[in-house]
Write a protein that binds this ligand. Structure first.
Ligand code: NAD
Length: 366
C-alpha cells in the first residue's frame, strides 16, 4: 500500500527542488501517494491566508509531510509559516543531521553529528516587551521590586522561557534518536553558569532524564557550555555525535553544522512531534534563483532519506543516500555550489541532479 504523504511545494526555488525530490523518492521503489499542497506568498495573495486550513488538515490526516522552503516577507505580510506549522502540529523537536560526504569541499571530512534542537521555547517563545511600551515600564517596576535590578528605561525585552516539560521531551527525543540510529553519545549544550534558572534548568533536567531513564542505555551523556562547544566543533567535530540544545543555540549550531559539511545545499532536517513529522531542508527559498533550475536539491532529498528511515523503509533510505553520496563523490552531476568555483560551467541544474541520482539507483549504488 502506498504511503500517503503531504508535499508542500513551497515558493521561490521550492517547486523546483520539490519536483526533483519527489522524483528520486518515487524511484526508490517505495510507493508514495503525494498530496500536493501550496502555501506561502502566492497563496496569501490568492486565498488571504498563507497557511490555509487545507494544508494543516492534509498533514493531520496523513501524519507525514515533505516541505520545501517558504519565503517569509520581512516587516510586513504574514508570520513565518514554518513557526506556525511547528506550533499547530506541536513539532517540538528539530533534527538536523550534519554528515560530510566524501568529495565535498570541507576542512572537516570526519563530521557526522546530529543536532537535536528544542523548537518551541527559549527566546523563541514569542514573549516580548517593546521599548517605551506601558507594559515594559510595568515589567521594569516589577523587576526592581522583586529582584532589585533597575533596568534602563530604554530597554526592549525578550523572555527566555525554558520548562521542565519541554526539556524532558527534547532530551528523551535525543536519546530515542540515538537508540534508533546506533549513536553512542549525547552532548547537552547550555550556558548554565550564567543563566541559572533557564539553561540551569535545562542542564539539571537533562542530566536527570539521562540518569533515571537512560542510565542503562549504553549511551554516554555529557554536557558542554555552548561557547566551548562552538570552539570545539570548528576544531574537532569528529568528537561529537548527537548534540541536544535549547532553541536559539540549536538554531545557530545547525547553521554552523551545515558549514562544517559543505554548505546549506547539503543540510537536511526534520521537525517532529508525538503525532506528526515534517521533513524539510535547513535552507530557505533562495528566491533570487527562482525558476532557473540552478539550486542544489540534495538537502531536500536527504530530508527524504530521513522520511524513509522514519517510515522504516531502511533499504530504500540507504539506497537513496548511497546514490546521492556517489553523485557527490564523482563531482560531475552536481550544482554550482558544490563546484570549486561558483561559475564553473560544468555545474548541472536541479533537475539533472535528480536524473543522475535516479540513474545511480537503477544501477544499484553501493
Ligand atoms: P536561503 O537559504 O534561502 O539562501 C541563502 C543563500 O544560500 C542563497 O542565496 C544561496 O546562495 C544559498 N543557498 C540556499 N539554498 C541553496 C541550495 N539549495 N542550493 C544552492 N545554494 C543555496 O536564505 P535567505 O536568503 O536568508 O532566505 C530566503 C527566504 O527563505 C526568506 O524569506 C526566509 O525567511 C526563508 N526561509 C525559509 C525557510 C523554510 O521554509 N524552512 C528556512 C530558512 C529561510
Amino acid at each position: 500500500m502506498a504511503y500517503r504523504v503531504t508535499f508542500i511545494s513551497g515558493d521561490g526555488t521550492g517547486p523546483e527542488i520539490s519536483e526533483a525530490t519527489s522524483r528520486v523518492l518515487d524511484a526508490t521503489g517505495v510507493e508514495f501517494e503525494w498530496d500536493w499542497q501550496t502555501a506561502g506568498t502566492d497563496v496569501y495573495e490568492e486565498e488571504g491566508n498563507p497557511l490555509p486550513d487545507r494544508v494543516l488538515e492534509s498533514i493531520k490526516e496523513r501524519g507525514l509531510a515533505m516541505k520545501a522552503p517558504i519565503t517569509t516577507p520581512v516587516g510586513s505580510g504574514f508570520r513565518s509559516i514554518n513557526v506556525q506549522l511547528r506550533k499547530e502540529l506541536d513539532l517540538y523537536a528539530c533534527l538536523r543531521p550534519c554528515r560530510a560526504y566524501e568529495g565535498v569541499r570541507t576542512r572537516f571530512p570526519e563530521t557526522d553529528i546530529v543536532i537535536v534542537r528544542e523548537n518551541h521555547e527559549d527566546l523563541y517563545a514569542g514573549v516580548e516587551y517593546e521599548k517605551g511600551a506601558e507594559d515594559t515600564a510595568r515589567l521594569r517596576e516589577f523587576i526592581a521590586d522583586t529582584e532589585g535590578t533597575r533596568l534602563r528605561e530604554d530597554i526592549g525585552v525578550t523572555i527566555k522561557a525554558i520548562s521542565v516539560f519541554g526539556t524532558e521531551r527534547i532530551v528523551r527525543e535525543a536519546f530515542e534518536y540515538a537508540q534508533s540510529y546506533g549513536r553512542k553519545k549525547i552532548t547537552l549544550a547550555h550556558k548554565a553558569n550564567i543563566m541559572k534558572f533557564s539553561d540551569g534548568l535545562f542542564l539539571e533536567t537533562g542530566q536527570r532524564i539521562a540518569d533515571e531513564e537512560f542510565g542503562d542505555s549504553g549511551i554516554e551523556f555529557e554536557e558542554r557550555i555552548i561557547d566551548n562547544l562552538c570552539n570545539q566543533l570548528v576544531s574537532r567535530p569528529e568528537e561529537y555525535d548527537v548534540i541536544v540544545l535549547p532553541n536559539l543555540y540549536g538554531d545557530i549550531v545547525s547553521d554552523l553544522g551545515a558549514g562544517l559539511i559543505g554548505g546549506l545545499g547539503l543540510a537536511p532536517g526534520a521537525n517532529v512531534g508525538d503525532d506528526y513529522a515534517v521533513f524539510e531542508a535547513v535552507h530557505g527559498s533562495a528566491p533570487k534563483y527562482k525558476g532557473q533550475n540552478k539550486v542544489n536539491p540534495m538537502a531536500l532529498m536527504l530530508s527524504g532519506v530521513m522520511l524513509l528511515h522514519h517510515i522504516e523503509e531502511t533499504e530504500a533510505a540507504n539506497g537513496l543516500e548511497n546514490a546521492i553520496a556517489e553523485v557527490i563523490s564523482e563531482g560531475e552531476s552536481v550544482t554550482y555550489d558544490m563546484k570549486s568555483s561558483r561559475d564553473d560551467p560544468s555545474a548541472v541544474g536541479t533537475s539533472e541532479v535528480a536524473d543522475a541520482i535516479i540513474e545511480k539507483m537503477r544501477n544499484g549504488a553501493s
